[in-house]
Ligand binder design. Structure first.
Ligand code: B1M
Length: 221
C-alpha cells in the first residue's frame, strides 16, 4: 500500500478527523483524514482504491478492536467521523452518474440502528449508477418507509441493518411493506444480513456490498 493510503488508514483507525482536531493527542497538529484524502485524490489515486484499500480496512480494524475491548464507543465514533471526513471528498466521484435517472431508490437504516456509513456508501454508488436517491437516514421506522413509498410510486426500497438486534426490525418493516404493496422490490444489506436471512424475511435481494446492489438494480431496468 502506498505511504499516503497508510497514513489515511491510520487516521481513520485512530479517529484523526482533520488538522485542527485535537484528537488523538499524539497526532495533534498533523493532517487528518480530511486533508490526506484530498491530497490522495490530487496525487491521482483512484477514489475506489482510497475506499477499498484505506478506508474500509481501517473500519474493519476498528470493529475488531471494539470486539476485543481494546477501544470503546467514543473511539469508534471518532473513527466514523474521520471516515466521513474522507468520504466527503470521494462522494462527487461516486455520484457523477448519468443525469437522466433510471428510477427512484428509497434507502434507510432500520429502526433502532444509527449506523450510516455503509448505507451512505450504497446510496452514493447507486446514485452514481444513475438512480435518484431518497435517503431517509438512520433509525427509520416502518411508517417512514411506508410514507416514502406512498409519496414515490414505483420506487425501489433498500434497508440497511448493522446490528443483530435491529435485524428483527428489518424483518418487521419488510413484513409491513409486503402487506401494503404488491410488486414492491426490496433490497437488504448490512454486515449481519445474509442471503438466507433475506429469503427468510421475504425480501427480494441481498447484497454484501454496494456494487452488488447496483448490479441488481441495473438488471431490473
Ligand atoms: Co457500532 N457496532 N455500535 N458503531 N460499529 C458494529 C456494527 C459492531 C459489529 C462492532 C463490534 O462489536 N465488532 C457491533 C454490532 C454487533 C452485533 O450486533 N452483532 C456494534 C455495536 C455493538 C454498537 C453499539 C451497540 C455499541 C454500544 O453502544 N455499546 C452501538 C449501537 C448504536 C445504534 O445503532 N443504536 C454502536 C454505535 C456505533 C457508532 C455510533 C459509535 C459508530 C457508527 C457511526 C456511524 O455509522 N455514523 C459505530 C461503528 C463505526 C461501528 C463499526 C466499527 C463500523 C461500521 C462501519 O461503518 N463499517 C462496526 C464494526 C464493523 O463493521 N467492522 C460496528 C464500514 C462500512 C463501510 O461497512 O456498514 O458493513 P458496513 O456497510 C457495508 C456492507 O455491510 C454493505 O455495503 C457497505 C459497504 O461495503 N451494506 C449494504 C450496508 N448496508 C447495505 C444495504 C444494502 C446493500 C449493502 O442494500 C440496501
Amino acid at each position: 500500500m502506498s505511504e499516503i493510503l497508510k497514513q489515511l488508514s491510520h487516521c481513520v483507525e485512530f479517529g484523526k478527523i482533520d488538522k485542527i482536531s485535537p484528537y488523538p493527542p499524539d497526532l495533534k497538529g498533523q493532517d487528518g483524514a480530511d486533508e490526506i484524502a484530498k491530497r490522495a485524490l490530487e496525487e491521482g489515486i483512484k477514489p475506489g482504491d482510497i475506499l477499498e484499500k484505506a478506508l474500509i480496512p481501517a473500519m474493519a480494524i476498528v470493529g475488531d478492536k471494539f470486539t476485543r475491548k481494546v477501544i470503546y464507543v467514543p473511539q469508534m465514533l471518532m473513527a466514523a467521523k474521520a471516515m466521513s471526513s474522507a468520504m466527503k471528498h470521494l462522494k462527487p466521484f461516486f455520484q457523477s452518474g448519468e443525469t437522466k435517472r433510471k428510477g427512484k431508490f428509497i434507502i434507510g437504516t432500520v429502526s433502532g440502528d444509527l449506523h450510516d456509513i455503509g448505507k451512505n456508501l450504497v446510496a452514493m454508488m447507486i446514485e452514481g449508477a444513475g438512480w435518484e436517491i431518497i435517503d431517509l437516514g438512520v433509525d427509520v421506522n416502518t411508517d417512514k418507509f411506508l410514507k416514502a413509498i406512498n409519496d414515490n410510486p414505483g420506487a425501489l426500497v433498500g434497508l440497511s441493518a448493522l446490528l443483530t438486534t435491529t435485524m428483527e426490525n428489518m424483518k418487521k418493516t419488510v413484513e409491513a411493506l409486503r402487506g401494503n404493496y404488491t410488486g414492491l422490490n426490496v433490497l437488504v444489506g448490512g454486515a449481519p444480513v445474509t442471503m438466507d436471512y433475506c429469503h427468510k424475511i421475504n425480501a427480494d435481494f441481498y447484497s454484501p456490498d454496494p456494487q452488488g446492489a447496483v448490479n441488481y438494480l441495473n438488471q431490473i431496468v
